[in-house]
Ligand binder design. Sequence first.
Ligand code: NDP
Length: 326
Amino acid sequence: AKTWILAKHFDGFPKDSDFELKVEELPAPRDGEVLLEALFLSVDPYMRPYSKLRMSEGDVMIGSQVAKVIQSKNPAFPVGSHVVGQCGWRSHTVCDGKDLVPIMPGWPQDVSLSLALGAIGMPGLTALYGIEEVLGLQKGETLLVNAAAGAVGSVVGQLAKIKGCKVVGSAGSDTKVAFLKELGFDEAFNYKTVGSLEEALKKASPDGYDCFFENVGGPFSSVAIQQMKNFGRIAVCGSISTYNDTTPQTGPFPQLTMILKQLKMEGFMQSRWEHKHPESLKRLMGWFKEGKLQCREHITRGFEKMPAAFMGILQGENIGKAVVAA
Ligand code: NDP
């Protein structure tokens, strides 16, 4: 079995030498346990802040994966079945099944199981809860989303279109902007080349924004908040532009705008609505089957490339969900 370890805490942007690949012999599963083989592993932005807050040097990198049960002494997980597990960056895992969720019943044969890590998994759920539970997005409203071509953002935009909204997205390359247009975004722009972000936001929606699905943080956030309509709502999902900072950002935060426009801003984590996951995954799969939800993936092949794939998302290499095929 192969495992990626956090050899050294990240200092700024992660480096190859911060990771170490270990090879180990696994024990045979005991009663109640299973042996899993990873098929697809997720790399996600949250791993960067999480490593600092919750991990020690020498720990296995955390993360979820789609795995196949290859030996089983747990009747809940028969050999040959597939699960989503919080196993970390491991090619093989022996575990008791506590952190495993069987792949949704009725998963279509011709649909890649990797989508269970993306649009029909955690990022898709994040998009759905941000829109429905946090923003309460209504038909006819205008929504702004940044990191829009990524795993969460691309689903946010499509769900907002399903709900009959105007959608504006920003992303970091012209190829990504073209992709957003393909997905049905009404307006999209490349925030790296646009010049004035303020002007770009005004041009895309002269009347301002009812809702802002915030994935990026930093200066983008301050500028976007100024473009909200009165009583606008902001769902703070992520802050990826700050994850590699060595000193915390201190602002300026547009407090006066928040007051004068009477804005509402709420941070959230998708896990708050865990009780709704099974039903929500069915809804996401339903939209996918109807052709209303496109699920783009950025697949890296080879377990050895986990660190490269992870660093890739922090540099914006991915369009859609970044996944490693073991
Ligand atoms: P993505 O698939 O969107 O990948 C990350 C993208 O972020 C990159 O492709 C890049 O796109 C953009 N990015 C990277 N660095 C920067 C930077 N310095 N400034 C601006 N943009 C940057 O990731 P996810 O969809 O998985 O996650 C999106 C956000 O949602 C993250 O902030 C993540 O932490 C958060 N999240 C929160 C959850 C929650 O429960 N609250 C759950 C899941 C994710 P580009 O080329 O456009 O810059």
